[in-house]
Design a protein around this ligand. Structure first.
Ligand SMILES: C[S@@+](CC[C@H](N)C(=O)[O-])C[C@H]1O[C@@H](n2cnc3c(N)ncnc32)[C@H](O)[C@@H]1O
Length: 209
């Protein structure tokens, strides 16, 4: 998500170490306490934060870690959620690849990948958030019975991701090429936009078992 850098973003993140974790805050913050909580769910690439905010509000007994590598997107999400004073939501302003050795194995109940960047060129595929090497990391971090919920508008990313999951240790539980919303679903900004445009939303659910 490309967003213009704004000075308020620096100030906001600087003033809210309790809500937004940056690389230099990993050790001296509530990060380690938060990632030890149970149950714990992870969204990677939270964008502007609508999905994780709704999840946190709807499920106060579940803890949500929202990771976003784009600095201004993390700041915009933080600004959106700050007034709710949620005890069960923490935003991490980092690339997920930096976090893999910081999160604990078998600590996550679910992982959400919503409208991840498609990285269409072959040489870019390894950056995809469903690429086989990254699926191995998710497999280690998830508890038995933990699931990955992956949604996208992108046909090529979806087709390739089905192959990635089918070649992984995960069991694919469901594949939808035109996912109908169900009660309790939370929508991201991209999903809201695509549904208004009539774009079919693809969804795959995979389980560690
Ligand atoms: C296309 S946007 C979708 C945003 C949001 N999930 C939505 O559906 O509205 C993808 C987001 O994932 C973030 N992202 C991509 N790769 C990431 C990574 N390796 N670690 C953390 N965030 C990542 C991008 O910065 C961007 O904000």
């Amino acid at each position: 998500m490309r967003l213009k850098h704004r000075p308020w973003g620096d100030t906001f993140i600087e003033e809210h170490p309790e809500l937004i974790i940056t690389k230099d805050r990993v050790e001296n913050s509530n990060f380690n306490e938060f990632i030890s909580r149970d149950p714990l769910e992870l969204e990677i690439g939270i964008g502007r934060g609508d999905f994780i905010l709704q999840k946190s509000l709807n499920n106060p007994a579940i803890n949500y870690l929202g990771v976003e590598k784009a600095f201004m997107a993390a700041a915009i999400s933080g600004k959106k959620v700050i007034d709710y004073k949620l005890n069960n939501l923490l935003i991490v302003s980092m690339d997920i690849n930096y976090l893999f050795d910081k999160l604990k194995n078998e600590s996550l109940n679910n992982i959400y990948l919503n409208f991840s960047d498609p990285w269409p060129k072959k040489r870019q595929h390894k950056r995809r958030l469903t690429y086989p090497t990254i699926l191995e990391q998710y497999y280690s971090l998830l508890k038995m019975g933990g699931r990955i919920y992956f949604k996208t508008d992108n046909d090529d990313l979806f087709a390739d991701s089905i192959n990635y999951f089918n070649s992984s240790k995960f069991k694919v539980e469901s594949i939808d090429y035109d996912y109908n919303l169900q009660d309790g679903d939370c929508l991201t900004e991209y999903e809201q936009k695509f549904r208004l445009q009539g774009v079919k939303i693809k969804r795959l659910v995979a389980i560690k078992e």
